[in-house]
Ligand binder design. Sequence first.
Ligand SMILES: Cc1ncc(COP(=O)(O)O)c(C=O)c1O
Length: 494
Amino acid sequence: MPKRNKILLSKQSRAPLFDTLLSHAQRDVVSFHCPGHKNGRSIDDSLKNYTGIEAFKFDVTVFDEVDSLHDPVGPIKRAQELMAEAYGVKQSFFLVNGTSVGNMAMFLSACSPGDSVIISRSSHKSVMAGIIMAGIWPIWIEPKIDQHLDIIFNSTYDQIKDALDKYPESKAVFITSPTYNGIVTELGRIIDLCHRRKKIVIVDEAHGAHLLFNKQLPKSAVEAGADLVVQSTHKILSAMSQGSVLHFNSQLIDINRVKKVVSMLQTTSPNYLILASLDLARRQAFLYGGKMFDGVIESCQSGRSFINKEIPNMKCFTREDIKQKGFDLDLTKLTVNVTKTGLSGYEIEDILAKKYNIQLDYADIFNLVAIAGIGTVQADTDAFTEALKDISKKYKGEQRNWILQIPSLATEMVLRPREVYLSNNTKRVFLKKAVGHIAAQTLTPYPPGIPVLIPGERITQEICDYLIEMSAKDIRISGQETEELKTIKVFTKI
Ligand SMILES: Cc1ncc(COP(=O)(O)O)c(C=O)c1O
């Protein structure tokens, strides 16, 4: 985090974009511009009666006073500069389509068609979109599965070093950190290694926009010196959904290319309420994040120890557990393993929502993931942990031997995903006869949510057997284009 001094604090107390929009809204300007609701006037009553009209006055279009996201010269430019200053990077770009668009932008900015990039297979689906759009060769790192904690770890230093040794021609390394479970990898060592070898490091830090603002939290990718980092400011900080930021801090990437790409991928009608919320989220995190996150961390730590002490058949791993495995933990995340209850995480998520009025962000067979944020208070954590205690007493499932596993991934890329994805030269073949063919679709079983096949990859016997077993169990696999998984789409010719 940049050193705090009076000048910086006073600069960071500003919110130029929010102030501009507020002043505009307060003047009730007659609107002959888009959008059609005209300062909220014609928003349907059923919504307006609940929300009020004022917030809709922020929903304007591009004109001089409020500036343009695509060619900022006024308040958006100043707000982005303050964002860059807060995170200590060269330049920051506001995004209105989340980290999903940021991931695509990072590949298109850092790579040219035909480049190869080292990537963990356990990446967000937008990473596949970036790979296809940029026309790169992915070099896959197989994710490490922990069958004790029932979670997946992200790429380690050793895995990345091995991949760099094996594929010295690779242009860049793509890392996701933290994971959904809040696990942070050894970014500092990885980035040093990559930069010594002149490799670009791009990081999906969707779940880490807050890390920089509290000393108890693990080091963020921007601090560790990554070239490009994208963060969902809306996930843990207080920006509105879709509000993300792409940070540029590179000597290896051309800034003008990043500008062009970000502009190419974004709407020309950005929602100014989202943009203003990015400006305010930055100010809030910079000025008060330390203290606010002390409170959030304290409440999560108390929740963690309550679960581990008071609920015998549930377990919430601690920072020490994760450090023993060579990673660090974002203390604001609670991953609760529920396998000993005999109920799946899905079932408990459903009970929490329907009987206790508590909605989680994510659950799978093994775990619940509770995502705290800058707005979380102790009473929320107490309600959650008390509900879990109650559930553990009232609901008894049958003990089942669920095992978190994936088949060994073939990862032999015959063609670039882009070539196959955009091609019409495909046909469907029976799964039993698919061995040796080149896959033309992505298939991702949940859990664990890792694609077992992607376009351009050679289909192996093991993957076929695995998919046949899944289809016999009636497990629906994401990417499946038919009701039953009896056939698979393959590539026919170049
Ligand atoms: C690791 C990771 N990357 C990217 C995304 C996409 O972020 P956004 O929802 O901001 O588009 C998510 C969403 O959950 C995510 O978990």
